[in-house]
Write a protein that binds this ligand. Structure first.
Ligand SMILES: O=C(O)[C@H](O)CO
Length: 381
């Protein structure tokens, strides 16, 4: 039997690698001679850098940048051994994980730090940049990121604007004469964790503003700001970001990256699967086992599990998901293309209890699943 273990993390309780080690123990008990490949994955958001570090021959580079509230921090990105490729995770410089809950306020946060990391990579002569976006604390349309690379955002009076979400509505002109000369020479791919548009009902502010501390009023204001910004982008660069799926990822950094970095937007999980040579690993596999903290309808808007299912189905390999909680019914599960899904929770308790028992529960779920597989093989004989 050949099993591919391809999970995302269980946020706050288990890394993808720990998931693999735990599930392998459960399977080996039933199939001691099976081949098990550990392939932790991610979607471009928070935690992607550690997963990519497994696949890219690279080392971490430290750089001093501004956090979402303009405070100096030291952050890290990955530089490949040959110095040609950088992997940058936006949330390491502009993510909500850098702020206290009480500090979350995407009217005033910036992506300047992400741009400073890109600048550092360009100055080292990097030719290819892979930028993972998501898990951001920002809604500035990529204005801060662009500012770090030399773009300037002017208001109606010709004054330069601070690159924060609150100012998106005031942008009247974008100056480009100071843009870094190496920017146009690098090939930049952006791994998006979601496929939302720039503004509107499904846009960056309306869908993700609340988790970044925006009030109802702020959300309306930010949404109008993004709309204004998209009109200025259209007039200045002839690019309509609203029509690009993923432009609303990370508070509009998706759209900003297309315009300011000439970047290609790709699905985060597809990019990571490519780095991991996932399709090749699928050859001859009997099962793919994936998982994440919560399986729900949002899982299928570009998250890791959806990418795993897409690839496995092409090769007709069945997919099982072991998740902390499963909030979909049997029909939805089948529609998603899952052949088996289970919540590893086996008793009622609070979240802390559940997290403390994750390893034991996951091991048991894997063992039970492996027994089912064995049984079904016997019945088919
Ligand atoms: O950062 C964000 O806004 C979310 O992760 C969606 O991209």
């Amino acid at each position: 039997m050949k099993f591919i273990l391809a999970p995302d993390k269980y946020k706050g309780s288990l890394t993808g690698r720990e998931f693999c080690e735990t599930v392998a123990q459960g399977i080996y008990k039933v199939f001691p001679k099976s081949e098990i490949l550990n392939m932790p994955l991610a979607d471009g958001g928070d935690g992607t850098i550690d997963v990519v570090a497994d696949y890219l021959k690279a080392s971490k580079v430290s750089v001093k940048v501004k956090d979402p509230l303009f405070r100096e921090i030291t952050t890290q990105y990955l530089l490949s051994e040959d110095g040609q490729t950088a992997f940058i995770e936006m949330s390491e410089a502009s993510g909500y994980k850098l702020l206290q809950k009480s500090e979350m306020d995407c009217m005033h946060t910036t992506t300047l730090g992400t741009g400073e990391v890109i600048l550092d990579a360009l100055e080292r002569g990097v030719q290819i940049i892979l930028l993972g976006i998501g898990g951001s604390a920002t809604n500035d349309g990529g204005m801060g990121m662009a500012k770090a690379l030399g773009y300037q955002f002017m208001d109606a009076h010709g004054n330069e604007l601070k690159p924060i979400g609150k100012n998106l509505g005031q942008v009247k002109e974008i100056q480009q004469h100071n843009v870094h000369s190496k920017l146009s020479k690098a090939k930049i791919q952006v791994a998006c964790d979601v496929s939302n548009p720039f503004y509107g009902e499904n846009g960056a502010a309306k869908i993700y503003g609340v988790q970044k501390g925006a009030s109802d009023e702020d959300i309306e204001f930010l949404d109008r700001g993004l709309k204004n910004f998209s009109e200025i982008l259209k007039a200045s660069f002839d690019i309509d970001v609203q029509n690009i799926p993923g432009s609303g990822a990370a508070g509009g950094v998706g759209g900003g990256a297309v315009v300011f970095l000439n970047a290609e937007l790709v699905s985060g999980v597809d990019l990571i699967m490519q780095l991991a040579n996932f399709d090749e690993a699928l050859q001859g596999a009997d099962w793919v086992i994936t998982g994440e903290g919560q399986l729900d309808s949002q899982t299928f808007s570009g998250k890791t599990i959806s990418g795993v299912i897409r690839s496995a189905k092409k090769r007709k390999v069945p997919v099982a998901a072991f998740c902390g909680s499963v909030d979909v019914n049997m029909e939805e599960m089948q529609e998603m293309g899952l052949d088996y899904a289970v919540s590893i929770l086996n008793q009622i308790g609070n979240l802390d209890d559940a997290k403390a028992s994750t390893v034991a529960n996951l091991k048991l779920a894997s063992y039970n699943f492996a027994n089912l597989v064995k049984l079904s093989k016997g019945q088919l004989k």
